[in-house]
Structure formats: C-alpha cells, structure tokens
Design a protein around this ligand. Sequence first.
Ligand code: UD1
Length: 341
Amino acid sequence: MKEEKYILVTGGAGYIGSHTVVALIENNYTPIIVDDFRNAQRSVIPRLEQLTGTKLSVYDFAIHNQQQLINLFQKYAFAGVIHFAADKAVGESVVNPLKYFKNNLGGLISLLEVMTQFGKQNLVFSSSCTVYGTPDDVPVTEETPTKQPESPYGYTKLINEQMIHQVQEAHPDLNVALLRYFNPIGAHESGLIGETPQGIPNNLLPYITQTAAGKREFLTVYGNDYATPDGSCVRDYIHVMDLADAHVAALNYLSSQHVGEDVFNLGTGNGTSVLEMIGYFDEVSGLSLPFKIGHRRLGDVPEIYANTEKATSLLGWKAKRTVKEAIRNAWNYEQLMREKQ
Ligand code: UD1
C-alpha cells in the first residue's frame, strides 16, 4: 500500500487553492482541504472531484478555530501545510482594515500556534509581490528591499512574512517557503475551475472577461500616462496552473532538506501592459473589447515583474504557459460558467 502524503491546504476551495489541489493530486499528494467557504463556492468541490477523479477530504471551518485544527493535526501526519486562507481584496482592505488584520494576521497566528505544537513541519505560505511596493528597479529579485505596501491587504502580507520569520527563528524545526506571487490569472484548461470574484471584479482579467460576456459595459484602463512603453501599467501575469505547480515544487524542496526559511518570486519574468492584455484578449477571443482610458488608480505600481532565477535554480520550476494561454483558459471558464447559470 502506498504511504499517503497528506498536505493541509487552508483555503483549498479558493482560486489558487483549488488549482493547487489539482496539481497536488497529479503529483501523488493527498490534499486535506480546510475552507469555510466565506469567499469560495461550494460547487468547486464536486467540480474538483470530477476533474481529478478523486473523493476529496474537506473540512468546513475557519482556521481561527484551533480545536478543529488540532483535531486535524492529530488525525493526519501532515507532510506539509499550504496556507492560502486569507482575504485579498485590496480596495476592501482600505475600507475595512480590521477585517484584514483579524483574518490575515489572526488566521496565521492560529495556524502557527498549532503547527509549532506538532514538531517538525513544512509550511508553504502565499505571499505577494505587493511586499516590494513600488520597486526602484525591475525585474525584482528576492533581494530587492521590501517597502511599506500601499494597502492594509499588502501590509498584512508583509507582516505575515515577518511573523513567520520570527516564529521560525524561535522554532527552528519549522521549514518554510514564502512564495511571492506576481499576478495570477487564467483557469484550468478543463474550464471546470477558475476565478469567480464576488461582485464587481477588482482584478484586470476577470474584469475583461466579464466585460466581454456583457456583464460590464466597458473596461476602464487605469491610466495611459505612466513612464512605460505604451503608458499603461506593466505586470507579470502568471498562469494559475504554473503557480499551482510551483507549490508542489516548493513542497518537494522542503521535504528534501531543512532550509529553515526561504523566499521565492513566482512570476514568468516578463512584463505585460494593460493595453497589451486587451490586444491579446481580442486576438484570443476574436472580439473587440470595449474599453476607455481612465484616471490612474490610487496605489498602482507603474511597472513590476519578477526575476525568477532563484525558483528555477532551487525549486527546478519555471512558468511554462503563456499569457495568451491563460487568457484563453479564463475566457473559456467565463463562457462555460455563463452557460451553467
Ligand atoms: C493586486 C495586488 C496584488 C494581488 C493582486 C491579485 C497590490 C499593489 N496589488 O495586484 O498584491 O496579488 O491584486 O489579487 O496590492 N487594471 C485596469 N482596469 C481594471 C483593473 C485593473 O486598468 O479594471 C490595471 C491595473 O491598473 C493594473 C493591472 O490592471 O495595472 C492589474 O491590476 P490588478 O489585476 O488589480 O492587480 P494588481 O493591482 O497588480
């Protein structure tokens, strides 16, 4: 009988979590999902089961509930923990910072308190390129200094990283990979799972696909007067399945050696502007997306993309899928979801 390699996946029904569950199963890990579905759809679970041909173990509780977490750590000898469960809407965090402190800081404290009671543990943590603020130079490496982020959401990610760093120093058994995501986009190629923002999307690609689907009238490009090649902001858009694969690579890395704590940029290494994204969408969909040029959005970084050499050399991971592929998969998902509604 094969020995199960159980991985606790907090927020496993969410956008990046659900795609990572697929990658884990493909790589012979057994995900144990904890999600209270405050920001994820329950229908994701049967769709994941259909996609993977696997019956999933799902626990419906908030990670603040330590007794439930302890029960899980007693039940399963986890080979690793991937911590996704967090709030991530930048705008909402400005209006309601306490919600972000409670959920993103409180959730991690709860999890770390339990993990440190159970001896040697591997932790993969979802961080963000937001910790670099507006960088002085691009591409950014892991050595690029972090800066005070623009939003309470970004601030929680920076504080989360610092909390983990200090807890790791006090508990050297903890083995951690901090993953700084650039801009995750796209969906699984099956169209069964993808990104389903609640309400009006904040992020670019969901806004584009919803506009093309007729749910929004037009896209507003937030500024075309930046000092970038075409004046619009530049980001490093990474396919969510490439990101999912990086989590598996990070787990394999932590399982093979004790690193203490290590940090990795996860992007493609290429910058794409908002106007280029619109052009790619038109090419992939055969449509002509309605858009208008608007004012700059408060807090936007003009240009950021990753140097990903560290992840390549230490994790043996590299993004394989193109931005156009991600756009095609996201558009496919949006259309399939619409048919089901
Ligand atoms: C934000 C967060 C990042 C988080 C990511 C995913 C910050 C600074 N950034 O990234 O940490 O990981 O969301 O949740 O906190 N745009 C438009 N029109 C729109 C929407 C977006 O022009 O309607 C532009 C933006 O100006 C930006 C680009 O598209 O240049 C990407 O925006 P978005 O998808 O919101 O991601 P970020 O702000 O880069």
